[in-house]
Design a protein around this ligand. Structure first.
Ligand code: 5GP
Length: 185
């Protein structure tokens, strides 16, 4: 689905990223990852459902073998903010012992979910755990956890598209945009 199908729902003057901009940035991130992981195996761990598109394009931009696995987590929170208390809905199929794990995320907001996830994955004996995210909001920049690969730092607005949803919609939008208030008010 492209912008023409939902343009009334988005703040068009604030459309953040086109599909071309996203894919081009992911290619740059893939080049960094290839350089950093030369001679090492990589297990990409995607966090469902938002990271599906990022995983698909990032993984295909890597000119080398990688493995992929998926986790689904639910974060208990009040309103729109997560609390950092997380429940695993779908766990990994892969044993992480000795593996180089790269978590693939769509967006980091408070970073609470991710902090929990890193602690959980590190307890499984991997050789390393790093993070790649397409988008990062301001609060996440104060996180103690270092995010090694960041696509774009964005302002504090609610964005949809390219895997990111509002009420399970807009995930299949090719670009990323800010929702107009009339959609949720
Ligand atoms: P955190 O624990 O970092 O606050 O929560 C991150 C999760 O909140 C993301 O994986 C995503 O599901 C959701 N989220 C945070 N900001 C946005 C946003 O702007 N748009 C959408 N669609 N989801 C968001």
């Amino acid at each position: 689905m492209d912008l023409t199908h939902v343009e009334d729902d988005l703040e068009l003057d604030q459309t953040l990223f086109t599909e071309e901009q996203i894919v081009s940035r992911l290619k740059e991130m893939a080049a960094d990852i290839e350089r950093d992981y030369e001679g090492k195996d990589i297990l990409l761990v995607g966090v469902l459902k938002g990271a599906v598109m990022v995983m698909a394009d990032l993984a295909r931009s890597l000119d080398r073998h990688v493995e992929m696995d998926w986790m689904a987590v639910s974060s208990y929170g009040s309103g729109t903010k997560s609390s950092g208390v997380v429940r695993i809905l779908k766990d990994l199929d892969t044993d992480l012992q000795g593996r180089h794990v790269l978590i693939v995320e769509d967006i980091i907001d408070t970073g609470l979910t991710l902090s929990w996830l890193i602690t959980n994955l590190r307890s499984r004996g991997p050789a390393s755990v790093e993070i790649a995210t397409l988008l990062r909001k301001p609060e996440a920049q104060q996180m103690e956890v270092e995010v090694k690969y960041v696509g774009f730092d964005i302002p504090n607005a609610f964005v949809v598209g390219y895997g990111l949803d509002y009420n399970e919609q807009y995930r299949n939008l090719r670009c990323i945009g800010t929702l107009s208030p009339h959609v949720y008010s």
